[in-house]
Design a binder for this molecule. Structure first.
Ligand SMILES: Nc1ncnc2c1ncn2[C@@H]1O[C@H](COP(=O)(O)OP(=O)(O)OP(=O)(O)O)[C@@H](O)[C@H]1O
Ligand SMILES: [Mg+2]
Length: 222
């Protein structure tokens, strides 16, 4: 379970351009939930998602995953949590364009400190879960937007994280492809993973079990 308690995020603290992007944000996400985070541009959605993903820090409050407080950890401990618990689907896919789909999905496995048996098989299984095993050997610069998004999702799930976080995963896709990607997230959720999706798209939000709205760095209604 994820627990945020009065999280404060300040960009450029104590500088002239100091900006408080999150003001005492509290929220809980239970295991197995499918949650949308919505809000206007600049509201703080990506900021919140980056904190959830343990790739950004916060100044005040508490964030815990499964009871572990995510603060002042060593770089190694952060890496371990990211590797074991979190699969992140970045905005704009963030793939290495001239590597193949399979090579992209293998990247997190090669990062991992522990020896992973059958890396290629694991990556192929992730591609299969994302519905594109047959594209394994294609370079990513030859794939469509929807196919790239599936590679990004395969890469996010290859370490079998308990939680998938996605930043605007349908933002760059046409309506039909968006619907297909949303079906994939729903399937991954039904298989037991917690899924958190930042979105502008009300169609996407409506398909989630719960919607958290952020207005100017605050959770709406709190
Ligand atoms: N690195 C940064 N330094 C300073 N301010 C930042 C930084 N990143 C974000 N901000 C500011 O924090 C606020 C929240 O940004 P954030 O990226 O979380 O918004 P968002 O809700 O994801 O917006 P969008 O829908 O446009 O992606 C914005 O006002 C933004 O300008
Ligand atoms: Mg954003």
């Amino acid at each position: 379970m994820i627990k945020l308690n009065n999280i404060v995020k300040v960009y450029n603290p104590k500088k002239a351009n100091e900006f408080e992007a999150l003001h005492k944000v509290s929220a809980e996400i239970q295991d197995g939930e499918l949650v949308a985070i919505i809000g206007r541009s600049g509201a703080g959605k990506s900021t919140l998602l980056h904190i959830l993903a343990c790739i950004d820090s916060y100044q005040d409050g508490e964030y815990s995953i499964d009871g572990t407080l995510i603060k002042n950890l060593s770089e190694r401990q952060y890496a371990k949590i990211r590797n074991e618990k979190i699969g992140m689907v970045m905005q704009d896919f963030a793939l290495v364009e001239d590597l193949t789909a399979l090579e992209n999905v293998m990247i997190p496995l090669n990062f991992s400190k522990k020896k992973i048996k059958g890396k290629k098989e694991k990556a192929l299984a992730a591609l299969r879960s994302a519905g594109i095993e047959e594209l394994a050997k294609k370079p990513c610069n030859k794939l469509s937007g929807g196919q790239k998004q599936r590679v990004a999702i395969a890469r996010a799930i290859v370490n079998e994280p308990s939680m998938i976080l996605a930043d605007e995963p349908t933002g760059a896709l046409d309506t039909k492809t968006s619907a297909e990607i949303m079906e994939l997230f729903k399937t991954l959720n039904e298989q037991g993973r917690t899924v958190v999706i930042v979105t502008h798209d009300m169609n996407v939000a409506e398909q989630c079990g719960r919607v958290i709205e952020i207005i100017d760095g605050r959770i709406a209604g709190s």
